[in-house]
Design a protein around this ligand. Structure first.
Ligand SMILES: Cc1ncc(COP(=O)(O)O)c(C=O)c1O
Length: 501
């Protein structure tokens, strides 16, 4: 997940650090405070007599934070200096990690290096964008040669056609346009659904994140007190600065809840333009759609003259070569891509059916932007699609995914932890919950202190997972190898043993 205003209405109450917290992340919670399983529930009593006491997880966090800070004196110095030049001392509010932001010097292959010279296996992947790893020769060559030929014209270049054709082959939608970020892509998708249908209302799923534009900054990660009943989730502002009038146009349903969507469509006849959804939720750990859910949504929406948009900003290319669309077998009306498609260069794509994108072709909706289809971005995108994200690369990633899952599961079993490993393609996470999670309400119940402690443990052991605890997932790049995954599962073994003892 990426950029969003730091101070959210919902986060302030739970933020125990002196920095803004990402919504719904009550870390370091330690002794809980959320409605989820208490720490004593996490380790089964059979293998961990007495379980992991609240004080114990607090102790683990405190000790790991000490180590973390001791390893990063230069980062600390930079943070101090940055505070005088950058608002909040960082370039995005979600770079404010606890106990302190980590300043990086460079990346190479599967590794990144901080300004203190520490090396990390990079499973953060820049919030899921670095599927190519770092300094991949094909990306370097594409960017270098295009840079020498001009970095910007605001006129189309041939690479854009190649990229669009390849996206059609992978995702099954015929027409494409480009933008610069996931936020722009989903903003265009929402505009387009409204433009095509002439309707104002949209439906989004509680717990899905679609970027930081107004229409989708609703119920992203609401606090337990604000969510309302599960069958009728409240429309909760997820950022300050969003007018109530706009929030009211975004209706909210639970994930995997077809009936909830049917109800919203019934209650608002002829008024819903469409629905935007992460087809596999990836801003609440990973939550998979139940069989029939996505196909059911498409049928329901179409029966009411509304459209379906898949936000594949995270899943596109990482869930598999054709994203969640290919994995689930359901092709929506509109697909949004960003993050990994540019090989680390900022770019987004919006694909659609003839009907939806025909509205763009005809001028019914003007999809515009100075940097749309920028030649540097298109060159990187072409290299990513044609030379990096190849069938052989996906095979390698699948083998590493299996290695990671087996290693983590072994330690979960050995230590009697109540936790789940969930993975799809290059992405995965450990969910510190006794039960599988099927929607945001289940996710809300998870005590985030375990994920934070795990993040610290990995970090101090030379593996950089994405910050923000239970929300995020690992990303395995095309440049990772078995030794990288071993370092990851080895650190997890240490963490699991610490929880047990
Ligand atoms: C599913 C999803 N959609 C959209 C976005 C927004 O993308 P960007 O940060 O590039 O604006 C994100 C960012 O994390 C995301 O996870």
């Amino acid at each position: 997940m990426a950029e969003q205003a730091a101070s959210t209405e919902s986060s302030s109450s739970s933020n125990t650090s002196d920095r803004p917290a990402r919504p719904g992340t009550a870390f370091p919670a330690g002794s809980g405070g959320g409605p989820g399983p208490g720490p004593e529930d996490l380790a089964s009593s059979a293998s961990a007599p007495g379980g992991t006491a609240p004080a114990k997880i607090d102790e683990i966090i405190a000790r790991q934070e000490e180590i973390f800070v001791a390893r990063q004196s230069e980062s600390r110095r930079m943070a101090g200096r940055a505070n005088r030049a950058l608002a909040g001392g960082v370039t995005s509010s979600w770079q404010i990690t606890k106990p302190q932001p980590v300043w990086l010097s460079h990346g190479k292959g599967s590794k990144i290096y901080d300004v203190d010279g520490n090396e990390y296996v990079d499973l953060h992947g820049g919030y899921g964008a670095a599927l190519a790893g770092h300094g991949h020769p094909a990306i370097v060559e594409a960017v270098r040669s295009q840079a020498g030929l001009g970095t910007h014209f605001a006129q189309p270049t041939p690479a854009a056609i190649l990229v669009a054709e390849e996206l059609t082959r992978r995702f099954g939608l015929p027409l494409w346009r480009f933008a610069n970020s996931g936020t722009e892509a989903t903003m265009d998708a929402v505009h387009l659904m409204r433009a095509v249908t002439g309707r104002d209302l949209i439906i989004k799923v509680e717990g899905c994140y679609h970027g930081h534009h107004d229409s989708v900054q609703v119920s992203v990660c609401p606090e337990p007190d604000d969510v309302g009943p599960a069958h009728k989730p409240a429309q909760v502002a997820s950022s300050t600065g969003i007018p109530r009038a706009i929030i009211d146009l975004t209706l909210v349903a639970g994930f995997n809840d077809l009936e909830g969507v049917a109800r919203l469509l019934d209650e608002n006849p002829g008024q819903v333009a469409g629905m935007i959804i992460e087809p596999i939720m990836m801003n609440a750990g990973i939550i998979k759609p139940e069989p029939g859910y996505l196909a059911g949504l498409k049928d329901l929406l179409h029966s009411c003259g509304a459209l379906l948009t898949f936000d594949e900003v995270k899943t596109g290319l990482t869930a598999g070569p054709g994203g969640a669309t290919r994995v689930t077998g359901v092709t929506p009306d509109i697909i949004c891509l960003a993050k990994a498609i540019g090989g680390g260069v900022s770019v987004a794509a919006i694909g659609g059916t003839e009907e939806a994108m025909g509205h763009v072709s005809s001028g019914g909706y003007e999809m515009v932007g100075t940097f749309n289809g920028n030649p540097l971005a298109m060159a990187a995108c072409r290299a990513m699609l044609c030379e990096v994200a190849t069938p052989a690369a996906y095979e390698r990633i699948e083998a590493l995914r299996l290695q990671a899952v087996a290693g983590l599961q072994r330690e979960i079993d050995r230590n009697g932890l109540r936790a789940q490993v969930v993975s799809v393609g290059a992405k995965g996470c450990v969910v510190f919950s006794a039960e599988p999670v099927r929607d945001f309400r289940g996710f809300l119940g998870i005590d985030d202190s375990y994920s934070h402690a795990h993040w610290l443990y990995q970090h101090n052991g030379g593996v950089f997972l994405p910050p923000w605890g239970k929300i995020e997932q690992w990303l395995i790049s095309v440049q990772h190898d078995e030794a990288d995954i071993e370092r990851f599962t080895g650190n997890f073994a240490g963490f699991a043993a610490a929880l047990r003892t």
